[in-house]
Design a protein around this ligand. Structure first.
Ligand code: AMP
Length: 378
């Protein structure tokens, strides 16, 4: 094996201790890697499964350096670790994906400029210096999104056809933002792929996603689509991954318009909620694939072994205490994943269920039935 290859026994450092890091830790440990995590909480979802934890904020450079000194490679649970922090770690341990990828992604304005430079299609957008000028460019209705650290609809406001735009964006507290036209999409899809250090690419079956209140609700895979449309979506995602020089798993979220055209919504340079179905439904889960990519070992087979539907379990279901999981566990095709989070909160992702079924229409109906049953008791 080349010296850049980190085989089992090596230690992987994860910046951020959420559910993505947790599921990466499961995959890494299964393969015999060790895992260390940096997170403000010693009880975070990843720490519960890691070999060790460095307690500290994600922007605490000293804590991040302390982690870097104990590991062979560093990777991410979240794209909100500042690129400057990653750059400071690069002399200590390899960081994959690298600081330059994060610098392009973590500011929505820079990400949109990057997509424009590649000639990839996206919704009309404009930087918000003056809201009236921005709305003149994108039209109304529009969505205004803060440039940094916004996810799951946080840091976003929708500006309707009329109404006082300045009053509406007051909720963003003057944070730098971009405005986008509201897209009348037919559906949302995401392409998840992994890119290895040697440039090899493994693409997962495309996911079809439904959001509720800006949070992912369900994913169905494979998304029913024509071969032409699939290859267009895949080619957009490959272009993005290659132009970034990305190493690891990456998700490219897209809107599909009623006429079939695709627009890129956003890029997440990490494992992704819409790829959770791969754990169980594909020969290699996105979590194992990410570990393989950042350690420089060959990528695994991304092929689907079955159709699948994933449904998120959001904190609202915990309003009367821990839900009764019996209905979920009674379904032989259902896999329950809980993230070990202590404090449920409305809108917080607490876990998910994957339904393994080639009949994905049936699985979607079952997912809705499960959520309705759990919600009725919450
Ligand atoms: P984001 O955090 O930007 O991915 O937004 C979360 C969700 O909000 C998306 O997956 C869409 O469902 C919705 N959304 C975001 N931007 C737009 C847009 N320009 N037009 C329509 N819906 C959008």
């Amino acid at each position: 094996m080349s010296p850049r290859v980190l085989g089992p026994g090596a230690t992987i450092g994860v910046l951020g201790g959420g559910q993505l890091g947790r599921m990466m830790a499961v995959a890494a440990r299964q393969m015999g890697y060790r895992v260390m995590v940096l997170d403000p909480s010693p009880r975070c979802p990843t720490a519960q499964l890691a070999d060790g934890v460095v307690v500290g904020a994600l922007d605490d450079r000293e804590a991040a350096r302390a982690l870097a000194r104990q590991v062979d490679v560093i990777t991410l649970d979240t794209e909100h670790v500042h690129a400057d922090v990653l750059e400071a770690l690069e002399p200590i341990a390899p960081v994959r994906p690298g600081a330059s990828v994060l610098r392009t992604i973590q500011d929505r304005l820079v990400q949109k400029q990057f997509l424009d430079q590649l000639g990839l299609p996206q919704a009309r957008w404009a930087p918000v210096d003056d809201i009236h000028t921005a709305l003149a460019q994108v039209g109304r209705p529009a969505i205004v999104k803060v440039r940094r650290a916004g996810y799951d609809g946080k840091g976003q406001v929708r500006i309707g056809p009329d109404g006082d735009a300045e009053a509406l964006i007051a909720a963003l507290r003057g944070e730098p933002a971009v405005a986008e036209e509201v897209v009348g999409f037919a559906r949302e899809i995401s392409v998840i792929l992994a890119r290895g250090m040697d440039g090899a690419i493994a693409i997962y079956p495309i996911a079809e996603n439904v959001h509720r209140r800006h949070i992912l609700h369900t994913t169905r895979a494979p998304a029913p689509m024509t071969a032409l449309s699939r290859s267009q979506a895949e080619s957009i995602a490959v272009t993005v991954a290659e132009a970034l020089g990305h190493v690891g798993v990456i998700a490219v979220e897209m809107f599909e318009l009623p006429d079939g055209r695709l627009l890129v919504n956003e890029i997440a340079p990490r494992t992704h909620n819409s790829g959770h179905y791969t754990y169980g439904a594909c020969a290699t889960s996105q979590f194992e694939q990410h570990i393989r990519a950042v350690c420089g070992v060959p990528l695994g087979d991304p092929r689907a072994l079955t159709g699948a539907v994933m449904v998120n379990l959001i904190g609202d279901l915990w309003s009367q205490g821990v839900p009764d999981w019996r209905e979920v566990l009674a379904l032989p095709e259902a896999r329950l994943h809980l993230y070990g989070k202590d404090t449920p909160a409305p809108g917080r992702k607490m876990g998910h269920v994957v339904l393994l079924d080639d009949d994905t229409d049936q699985a979607l109906a079952t997912a809705e039935m499960l959520i309705a049953t759990l919600a009725a008791r919450s």
